[in-house]
Design a protein around this ligand. Structure first.
Ligand code: URP
Ligand code: ZN
Ligand code: ZN
Length: 461
């Protein structure tokens, strides 16, 4: 199959120009003005933007969590992602405490193989570190193409590791060229605030928010940065929400330290007032919780200051019936919300259309930086000769409204119901095949490939 995309405005992390793109088999073969190729399919992209396929490095598909499973699996989740222009996701394998990383890898391979429609990779969450696990960490990097290791400073008894384990893990990961990522909140502080609120009978979703104040995230982010500095390991803070945590990273830059930061669409666009609507607030119960308007402003400027490199989603949907597990107790509401589908469109509308970020910055944070940080650039994350032909053709003027009635995620509510958006994903190409056209997904389960990743470096950006 060959495709010629004519006259689009190609946008990469560094340039924006009008040209044609010729694709053959899975790769980009040529880029230039008035390309003269015979192609099986010609797409007229006049007045359209042509982006590299989006990469969402923070999703939870079919994940066991808080007594249930996230409601999108690899098929429904990657299909919804493609509809929105995200051609690749990185999901989290969770090690079961007391069990091996290899067993966890097998479980996630069974979830994904033959099911994924879009491309995917895995981060390995290390929830129980010891000498045997250290050997497995090396095998993950050297043999399995998994070079990023997720840690939790919260969720004690299920996922959390202590600081001693963290430092030992960082030493091994640094030695073998990997990266440690973190859910950076102070688990002990949060657990004590949850216990206090429950004892006082404060049980509505609002108390989920009040049990995780900004300081719990700022403190853990600073501690993580200090441990990275001590070990020399490259590190990445996932789903950062607030000014205090960002300032901890800003402070680390004063000793010339680079700590990569990801925020998510919801922390840029939604705020904690949503928790005031009684149990309705359960739709946005996630950890860390939504914050304040001043935090949104800090995160947008953090993107432009180069302190925040990636915008993901932390997509972790639950059906309303699942959310109701916490009807009488906020601490039993499964944490997470549906988001994988609209990241590219929301970020364009709120970021580029409203003038907060440039087009090239948009591509950087929605695709290129994730590819660089997680060891798959330039195969993924750019429009260049030889790269995978993962391409989004985007109409920057088209207006539409987000709704559960039209979304493709396996979730019976939308976190953005009724929100008007300017800019729409029109055609999506994944490794040289048209994946989305006329709002239909043309690829089947099993089309998605596992993308093995290379080593990372402290200075990718
Ligand atoms: O609320 C969230 N974020 N759920 C998914 C697990 C995590 O902490 O990322
Ligand atoms: Zn988390
Ligand atoms: Zn997450």
């Amino acid at each position: 199959m060959s495709i010629l995309i004519k006259n689009g405005q190609i946008v990469t992390a560094s340039e924006s120009y009008i040209a044609d793109v010729y694709i053959e088999a899975e790769k980009i073969i040529a880029i230039g003005k008035d390309l003269d190729y015979q192609a099986d399919k010609i797409i007229d992209a006049t007045d359209k933007l042509v982006f590299p396929g989006g990469i969402d490095p923070h999703v939870h598909l079919d994940m066991p969590f808080m007594g249930t499973y996230s409601s999108d699996d690899y098929e429904t989740g990657t299909r919804a992602a493609l509809h929105g222009g995200t051609t690749m996701v990185i999901d989290f394998i969770l090690q079961t405490q007391g069990d091996t990383l290899h067993n966890a890898l097998k479980t996630w391979q069974q979830k994904s193989h033959g099911k994924a429609i879009g491309d995917y990779s895995y981060h390995m969450a290390v929830t129980d570190f010891n000498d045997d696990v250290a050997k497995e960490v090396v095998a993950m990097i050297e043999e399995e193409g998994i070079s990023s290791f997720k840690t939790f400073m919260a969720y004690k008894g299920a996922l959390m590791i202590d600081d001693g384990q963290m430092v030992q893990l960082m030493k091994v990961v640094k030695k073998h060229g990997g990266l440690v990522t973190v859910h950076a909140t102070n688990g002990d502080m949060i657990d004590s605030l949850i216990a206090k609120n429950r004892a006082l009978g404060n049980l509505s979703p609002l108390y989920h928010y009040l049990s995780q104040p900004e300081v719990t995230e700022a403190e853990a982010s600073a501690r993580f940065a200090d441990m990275l500095n001590y070990t020399g390991c490259p590190g990445y803070i996932v789903h950062m929400t607030c000014e205090g945590a960002l300032n901890a990273v800003r402070k680390a830059t004063q000793r010339n330290q680079k700590v990569f930061v990801e925020t998510c669409t919801q922390y840029l666009m939604l705020d904690a007032s949503l928790y005031e609507n009684d149990f309705e607030g359960a739709k946005w119960v996630m950890s860390p919780p939504l914050r304040e308007k001043k935090d949104q402003a800090a995160l947008w400027s953090g993107i432009n200051q180069g302190l925040v490199q990636v915008v993901g989603t932390d997509h972790c949907p639950f059906m309303w019936e699942q959310k109701k597990m916490g009807k009488d107790d906020f601490s039993k509401i499964p944490n997470g919300h549906p988001a994988i589908e609209h990241r590219m469109e929301l970020l364009f509308s709120e970021g580029v259309h409203k003038g907060k970020i440039s087009l090239t910055k948009y591509v950087e944070v929605s695709s290129t930086n994730a590819a660089k940080i997680f060891g798959m650039y330039p195969r993924k994350g750019t429009i260049a000769i030889g790269s995978d032909a993962d391409i989004v053709i985007f109409d920057p003027k088209k207006e539409h409204t987000i709704s559960v009635e039209t979304h493709h995620m396996n979730c019976d509510y939308s976190a953005y119901e009724g929100q008007k958006v300017t800019g729409k994903t029109e055609t999506v190409i994944l490794r040289g095949q048209v994946a989305i056209e006329n709002e239909e997904c043309l690829l089947n389960a099993g089309h998605g490939q596992f993308i093995p990743r290379g080593k990372t470096s402290k200075t990718v950006i």
